[in-house]
Design a protein around this ligand. Structure first.
Ligand code: PGA
Length: 248
Protein backbone atom coordinates (compact mmCIF):
# COMPACT_ATOMS: atom_id res chain seq x y z
CA UNK A 1 0.00 0.00 0.00
CA UNK A 2 1.34 3.45 -0.92
CA UNK A 3 1.72 5.56 2.21
CA UNK A 4 0.08 8.96 2.52
CA UNK A 5 1.78 11.83 4.34
CA UNK A 6 -0.10 15.11 4.61
CA UNK A 7 0.92 18.53 5.91
CA UNK A 8 -1.80 20.35 7.82
CA UNK A 9 -0.59 23.92 8.02
CA UNK A 10 -3.61 25.09 10.02
CA UNK A 11 -3.73 28.93 10.24
CA UNK A 12 -0.14 29.48 9.13
CA UNK A 13 1.59 31.03 6.12
CA UNK A 14 0.78 33.93 3.82
CA UNK A 15 0.79 33.49 0.04
CA UNK A 16 4.44 34.64 -0.14
CA UNK A 17 5.43 32.20 2.63
CA UNK A 18 3.58 29.39 0.87
CA UNK A 19 5.47 30.08 -2.38
CA UNK A 20 8.77 30.23 -0.52
CA UNK A 21 8.11 26.88 1.22
CA UNK A 22 7.17 25.17 -2.04
CA UNK A 23 10.18 26.57 -3.87
CA UNK A 24 12.42 24.68 -1.42
CA UNK A 25 10.21 21.67 -0.77
CA UNK A 26 9.20 20.53 -4.28
CA UNK A 27 12.75 19.79 -5.55
CA UNK A 28 13.67 17.98 -2.34
CA UNK A 29 10.91 15.37 -2.79
CA UNK A 30 10.79 15.13 -6.57
CA UNK A 31 12.13 11.56 -6.64
CA UNK A 32 9.74 10.20 -4.02
CA UNK A 33 7.44 7.75 -5.78
CA UNK A 34 6.20 5.53 -2.96
CA UNK A 35 4.43 8.17 -0.85
CA UNK A 36 1.38 10.28 -1.66
CA UNK A 37 2.58 13.73 -0.55
CA UNK A 38 -0.11 16.22 0.35
CA UNK A 39 -0.03 19.86 1.46
CA UNK A 40 -3.05 21.54 3.07
CA UNK A 41 -2.45 25.32 3.29
CA UNK A 42 -5.06 27.83 4.46
CA UNK A 43 -7.78 28.84 1.96
CA UNK A 44 -5.99 32.07 0.99
CA UNK A 45 -2.92 30.18 -0.22
CA UNK A 46 -4.70 27.41 -2.13
CA UNK A 47 -4.70 29.04 -5.57
CA UNK A 48 -1.00 30.01 -5.38
CA UNK A 49 -0.08 26.55 -4.09
CA UNK A 50 -2.20 24.92 -6.81
CA UNK A 51 -0.21 26.78 -9.47
CA UNK A 52 3.15 25.93 -7.91
CA UNK A 53 2.25 22.24 -7.56
CA UNK A 54 1.04 21.74 -11.11
CA UNK A 55 2.99 18.94 -12.80
CA UNK A 56 4.72 17.91 -9.53
CA UNK A 57 4.33 14.82 -7.33
CA UNK A 58 2.86 16.92 -4.49
CA UNK A 59 -0.92 17.13 -4.19
CA UNK A 60 -3.09 19.87 -2.76
CA UNK A 61 -5.69 19.57 0.00
CA UNK A 62 -7.96 21.96 1.83
CA UNK A 63 -8.35 22.00 5.61
CA UNK A 64 -12.14 22.33 5.47
CA UNK A 65 -15.10 23.18 3.20
CA UNK A 66 -18.85 23.77 3.31
CA UNK A 67 -21.37 21.22 2.08
CA UNK A 68 -23.56 23.43 -0.12
CA UNK A 69 -22.73 24.00 -3.78
CA UNK A 70 -23.27 27.79 -3.80
CA UNK A 71 -25.42 30.55 -2.38
CA UNK A 72 -25.89 32.82 0.61
CA UNK A 73 -23.38 31.32 3.05
CA UNK A 74 -21.16 34.23 4.02
CA UNK A 75 -17.59 33.20 4.63
CA UNK A 76 -17.91 29.66 3.30
CA UNK A 77 -16.10 27.83 0.50
CA UNK A 78 -17.69 25.17 -1.73
CA UNK A 79 -16.24 21.89 -3.03
CA UNK A 80 -16.23 23.25 -6.61
CA UNK A 81 -14.20 26.28 -5.48
CA UNK A 82 -11.62 23.93 -3.98
CA UNK A 83 -11.42 21.84 -7.16
CA UNK A 84 -10.93 25.08 -9.06
CA UNK A 85 -7.70 25.80 -7.13
CA UNK A 86 -6.30 22.35 -7.90
CA UNK A 87 -7.35 20.67 -4.63
CA UNK A 88 -7.80 16.93 -4.79
CA UNK A 89 -8.44 16.24 -1.09
CA UNK A 90 -10.08 17.87 1.90
CA UNK A 91 -9.52 17.34 5.62
CA UNK A 92 -12.85 16.93 7.40
CA UNK A 93 -13.62 16.55 11.09
CA UNK A 94 -10.31 17.78 12.51
CA UNK A 95 -10.57 18.02 16.31
CA UNK A 96 -9.91 21.78 16.13
CA UNK A 97 -13.00 22.15 13.92
CA UNK A 98 -14.99 20.01 16.33
CA UNK A 99 -13.73 21.90 19.39
CA UNK A 100 -13.56 25.56 18.31
CA UNK A 101 -16.26 25.59 15.63
CA UNK A 102 -18.66 23.13 17.23
CA UNK A 103 -18.77 20.76 14.29
CA UNK A 104 -20.63 17.63 15.32
CA UNK A 105 -20.87 14.21 13.69
CA UNK A 106 -23.90 15.27 11.59
CA UNK A 107 -22.12 18.34 10.17
CA UNK A 108 -19.02 16.28 9.45
CA UNK A 109 -21.09 13.62 7.70
CA UNK A 110 -22.74 16.26 5.47
CA UNK A 111 -19.34 17.67 4.55
CA UNK A 112 -17.90 14.25 3.75
CA UNK A 113 -20.85 13.35 1.53
CA UNK A 114 -20.63 16.67 -0.34
CA UNK A 115 -16.87 16.37 -0.81
CA UNK A 116 -17.13 12.87 -2.24
CA UNK A 117 -20.04 13.82 -4.48
CA UNK A 118 -17.86 16.59 -5.94
CA UNK A 119 -14.99 14.16 -6.51
CA UNK A 120 -12.69 15.27 -3.68
CA UNK A 121 -10.76 12.71 -1.66
CA UNK A 122 -11.58 12.92 2.05
CA UNK A 123 -9.16 12.83 4.98
CA UNK A 124 -11.57 12.07 7.80
CA UNK A 125 -10.21 12.76 11.32
CA UNK A 126 -11.19 11.07 14.53
CA UNK A 127 -9.63 10.84 17.98
CA UNK A 128 -10.23 10.97 21.71
CA UNK A 129 -9.40 13.63 24.31
CA UNK A 130 -7.18 12.93 27.32
CA UNK A 131 -10.24 12.80 29.60
CA UNK A 132 -11.91 10.28 27.32
CA UNK A 133 -8.76 8.14 27.21
CA UNK A 134 -8.39 8.23 30.99
CA UNK A 135 -12.04 7.29 31.42
CA UNK A 136 -11.49 4.28 29.12
CA UNK A 137 -13.77 5.73 26.45
CA UNK A 138 -11.30 5.82 23.55
CA UNK A 139 -12.97 3.05 21.58
CA UNK A 140 -16.51 4.29 22.31
CA UNK A 141 -15.65 7.78 21.07
CA UNK A 142 -13.84 6.64 17.93
CA UNK A 143 -16.47 4.00 17.21
CA UNK A 144 -19.18 6.67 17.37
CA UNK A 145 -17.21 9.18 15.26
CA UNK A 146 -16.72 6.54 12.55
CA UNK A 147 -20.28 5.24 12.63
CA UNK A 148 -21.90 8.69 12.42
CA UNK A 149 -19.25 10.45 10.35
CA UNK A 150 -19.11 7.78 7.66
CA UNK A 151 -22.82 6.95 7.52
CA UNK A 152 -23.79 6.47 3.87
CA UNK A 153 -20.22 7.16 2.70
CA UNK A 154 -18.41 4.70 0.42
CA UNK A 155 -14.76 3.67 0.72
CA UNK A 156 -13.52 5.22 -2.51
CA UNK A 157 -10.94 7.97 -2.05
CA UNK A 158 -11.34 7.81 1.70
CA UNK A 159 -8.44 8.24 4.09
CA UNK A 160 -8.94 8.08 7.86
CA UNK A 161 -6.69 9.95 10.30
CA UNK A 162 -6.42 8.93 13.93
CA UNK A 163 -5.44 11.98 15.93
CA UNK A 164 -5.51 11.62 19.69
CA UNK A 165 -6.35 15.16 20.83
CA UNK A 166 -3.87 14.92 23.71
CA UNK A 167 -1.06 14.40 21.20
CA UNK A 168 -1.85 17.33 18.89
CA UNK A 169 0.64 20.16 19.16
CA UNK A 170 1.72 18.96 22.61
CA UNK A 171 4.92 17.11 21.77
CA UNK A 172 3.32 14.05 23.41
CA UNK A 173 3.20 11.45 20.65
CA UNK A 174 1.19 8.27 21.04
CA UNK A 175 3.58 5.35 21.41
CA UNK A 176 3.67 3.01 18.42
CA UNK A 177 1.75 0.46 20.56
CA UNK A 178 -0.94 2.99 21.48
CA UNK A 179 -1.26 4.06 17.84
CA UNK A 180 -1.39 0.49 16.51
CA UNK A 181 -4.03 -0.51 19.05
CA UNK A 182 -6.40 2.23 17.89
CA UNK A 183 -5.53 1.82 14.21
CA UNK A 184 -6.38 -1.90 14.44
CA UNK A 185 -9.70 -0.96 16.03
CA UNK A 186 -10.39 1.56 13.23
CA UNK A 187 -9.50 -1.07 10.59
CA UNK A 188 -11.95 -3.48 12.20
CA UNK A 189 -14.73 -0.87 12.14
CA UNK A 190 -13.94 -0.12 8.49
CA UNK A 191 -14.20 -3.85 7.70
CA UNK A 192 -17.70 -3.84 9.19
CA UNK A 193 -18.63 -0.94 6.91
CA UNK A 194 -16.76 -1.87 3.74
CA UNK A 195 -15.75 -5.52 3.91
CA UNK A 196 -12.52 -6.32 2.11
CA UNK A 197 -12.25 -2.76 0.70
CA UNK A 198 -11.23 -1.72 4.23
CA UNK A 199 -7.79 -3.27 3.68
CA UNK A 200 -7.01 -0.59 1.09
CA UNK A 201 -8.03 2.43 3.18
CA UNK A 202 -5.02 4.37 4.41
CA UNK A 203 -5.19 5.07 8.15
CA UNK A 204 -2.95 7.98 9.12
CA UNK A 205 -1.58 8.78 12.54
CA UNK A 206 -1.52 12.44 13.59
CA UNK A 207 -0.29 14.16 16.74
CA UNK A 208 3.27 15.44 17.26
CA UNK A 209 4.71 13.43 14.36
CA UNK A 210 8.33 14.48 13.75
CA UNK A 211 11.21 13.33 11.50
CA UNK A 212 12.54 11.55 14.61
CA UNK A 213 9.49 9.43 15.47
CA UNK A 214 7.93 8.90 12.04
CA UNK A 215 9.77 5.70 11.23
CA UNK A 216 8.69 3.83 14.36
CA UNK A 217 5.10 4.93 13.88
CA UNK A 218 5.12 3.96 10.21
CA UNK A 219 6.46 0.51 11.13
CA UNK A 220 3.12 -0.33 12.79
CA UNK A 221 1.01 -2.71 10.78
CA UNK A 222 -2.05 -0.48 10.46
CA UNK A 223 -0.33 2.89 10.28
CA UNK A 224 -0.29 3.83 6.61
CA UNK A 225 0.76 7.44 6.80
CA UNK A 226 0.76 10.62 8.82
CA UNK A 227 -1.09 13.91 9.24
CA UNK A 228 1.49 16.42 10.35
CA UNK A 229 1.00 19.88 11.83
CA UNK A 230 3.97 21.61 13.47
CA UNK A 231 6.69 19.55 11.79
CA UNK A 232 5.26 20.29 8.33
CA UNK A 233 5.83 24.04 8.49
CA UNK A 234 9.52 23.95 7.54
CA UNK A 235 10.44 22.52 4.13
CA UNK A 236 13.46 20.55 5.36
CA UNK A 237 11.56 19.03 8.28
CA UNK A 238 8.58 17.98 6.14
CA UNK A 239 10.90 16.66 3.40
CA UNK A 240 12.71 14.54 6.00
CA UNK A 241 9.40 13.16 7.16
CA UNK A 242 8.28 12.30 3.65
CA UNK A 243 11.67 10.69 2.91
CA UNK A 244 11.79 8.78 6.22
CA UNK A 245 12.74 5.52 4.49
CA UNK A 246 15.79 7.03 2.85
CA UNK A 247 16.87 8.78 6.06
CA UNK A 248 17.70 5.47 7.72
P1 PGA B 1 0.77 18.38 15.23
O1 PGA B 1 -0.70 18.51 14.55
O2 PGA B 1 1.59 17.56 14.30
O3 PGA B 1 1.26 19.81 15.36
O4 PGA B 1 0.58 17.72 16.54
C1 PGA B 1 -1.29 17.43 13.90
C2 PGA B 1 -2.68 17.80 13.42
O5 PGA B 1 -3.44 18.43 14.17
O6 PGA B 1 -3.08 17.47 12.28
Amino acid sequence: MKSFIAANWKMNKTIAETREFLRDFIPSVKDVADVDIIIAPPFTSLAAAGEALMGTNVQLASQDMFWEEKGAYTGEVSPAMLLDTGCRHVIIGHSERRQYFHEDDAVINKKIRAAKKAGLGVIFCCGESLEEREADKTFDVIGREIEKGLEGVDAENLVVAYEPIWAIGTGKTASPEQAQEVHAFIRERLRKLYGSAAEDIRILYGGSVTPENVELLMACRDVNGGLVGGASLKPDSFAKLVCYKKEK
